[in-house]
Ligand binder design. Structure first.
Ligand SMILES: *[C@@H]1O[C@H](CO)[C@@H](O)[C@H](O)[C@H]1NC(C)=O
Ligand SMILES: *[C@@H]1O[C@H](CO)[C@@H](O)[C@H](O)[C@H]1NC(C)=O
Length: 245
């Protein structure tokens, strides 16, 4: 969520930056040059994921040594802990589409991630009615994960102040891999249970796309405007260029 907001701010920045300048090029050409500026900023963002920056920890890979968890839905509950959790692949994106349309004040984009995956050790006490102890290793991956979306913005007529109107992001996933050990002590049944997990995640990502898009939009749009509103454009540009090595 945070990284989405950061991407949006980067986009907002380079748009605002461009609109502020007096550019004599035709608008379509100008749109293309802003598009490539954004692709460059995403490269900066990729570096920041790999190194961390200020209060943002390193996220590629992201590591958690130890984390207790607890959840319950109706009858079913689980509590336990994860250890040596490592998330990889947030930096492994390819920009498929980056198209800035200055006339319609919108940005269409599509990013593709080869594999976002985690490995971890887990211990859990799960069940509904009766309790079962489970522990082992777990690996899970979203492969060919795609984020396609559109950011619409408006610019103040006089102030040129930029406001994000909406951010629509549609995720989809090509393949989900789940290898959680010891869900069942029987190997065949364990594979079946992992297939249930794979199918559940695939459907959740691929079939609720409007729901996810609306939910993200409601969460992220105000956040972006807050972030943009808090600082002046030149402050933000200084932060970005300061981060650029
Ligand atoms: C996990 O993701 C990383 C980064 O995308 C990738 O290099 C690695 O091959 C993936 N692991 C597996 C087992 O596919
Ligand atoms: C968990 O599964 C692994 C691999 O299938 C097995 O080697 C290990 O003994 C199991 N651990 C427990 C506590 O059942």
């Amino acid at each position: 969520m945070k990284s989405c907001a950061l991407i949006a701010v980067l986009l907002a920045l380079s748009l605002g930056h461009c609109q502020g300048a007096e550019v004599a090029e035709p608008v379509a050409v100008e749109g293309r040059s802003v598009s490539s500026e954004i692709v460059e900023l995403l490269e900066v963002f990729r570096d920041l994921l790999e190194t961390g920056y200020g209060p943002m920890p390193k996220l590629a890979p992201a590591e958690i040594k130890h984390q207790p968890f607890q959840f319950s839905t109706g009858e079913f509950s689980a509590n336990g802990e994860i250890n040596d959790f490592v998330l990889e692949g947030l930096n492994g994106f390819e920009v498929i589409i980056m198209n800035v349309d200055l006339i319609r004040s919108r940005v269409d984009f599509e990013l593709n991630f080869g594999s976002i995956n985690f490995t971890t050790l887990y211990q859990a006490d799960v069940g509904s009615g009766y309790r079962m102890k489970r522990e082992g290793g777990a690996y899970m991956a979203l492969e060919d994960f795609n984020l396609k979306g559109r950011i619409s913005y408006s610019l103040g007529v006089i102030s040129k102040q930029m406001k994000v109107k909406s951010i629509l992001v549609y995720p989809s996933v090509g393949n989900v891999a789940s290898e959680i050990e010891n869900l069942s002590q029987y190997r065949i049944f364990n594979r079946k249970l992992n297939e249930v997990v794979e199918e559940f995640i695939t459907l959740t990502v691929n079939e609720n796309t409007d729901f996810v898009a609306n939910w993200l939009n409601e969460m992220v749009t105000p956040l972006c405007n807050d972030l943009i509103g808090d600082r002046s454009l030149s402050d933000l540009i200084a932060i970005i260029t300061g981060a650029k090595k």
